[in-house]
Design a protein around this ligand. Structure first.
Ligand SMILES: [Zn+2]
Length: 201
């Protein structure tokens, strides 16, 4: 099941990111402020997400408001068409970045609009200090190693608190985090998504 990106805007299975209430959007791959230093979504509109993930993200944003957190959600990446995944793969293959991107042979959950990269921002739009940057592809970004980084002083309890809040709000809404990127969340099981959802190419 595949759908070209150009048809997503007219397909009810997808929703525009700017319709998310109380969520701000800064698609890093649409501009140059990313690991590659150039726009990866050049002249294509990737500000979309699958409606199932859209509804869950709406719930996560509402939950954050409900608990009176001084933060809201900032989406950094969502739908990433398979054609972009392929071009990123060519760029990162053989570098240490490779481990952080899905091999196009298997495909990224982002290409189904069912994964989202995000962080927390305050009322002024300043991002919470997570101890490492979005797409900082090293061990400092690995949630599974947070306790160790706290012990050796590379991360503080404030960093861990921000990350834990993001994870708890996302898991409340049904998202699952991963071991290697604090900013990445899938909405549901990866094999199920690959088998049951249309991939945007
Ligand atoms: Zn991601």
């Amino acid at each position: 099941m595949e759908i070209p990106l150009e048809l997503v805007a007219g397909d009810r299975r997808f929703a525009p990111l700017d319709a998310l209430e109380g969520v701000t959007i800064d698609l890093r791959y649409a501009g140059s402020n990313n690991f590659a230093g150039i726009p990866l979504y050049d002249n294509i509109d990737c500000a979309w997400i699958h409606v199932d993930a859209f509804q869950a993200l709406t719930l996560a944003a509402a939950h954050l408001r409900q608990i009176n957190a001084p933060w809201s959600l900032l989406v950094l990446d969502a739908l990433r068409p398979h054609r972009v995944q392929e071009s990123i793969w060519k760029r990162v293959q053989g570098s240490h970045f490779e481990a952080y991107f899905a091999d196009p042979a298997l495909g990224s959950i982002h290409s189904y609009g069912m994964a989202v990269d995000l962080t927390l921002v305050d009322a002024e739009g300043c991002a919470a200090d997570m101890g490492s940057e979005f797409d900082q592809m090293d061990e400092l970004s690995h949630p599974i190693l947070e306790k160790r980084h706290l012990d050796d002083g590379r991360l503080t309890s404030e960093h861990l608190g921000h990350r834990a809040l993001l994870r708890s709000v996302m898991s409340f809404a049904g998202f699952r985090g991963i071991d290697t990127e604090w900013w990445h969340f899938d909405f549901g099981d990866r094999s199920m998504i690959r088998a049951s959802y249309p991939r945007v190419v």
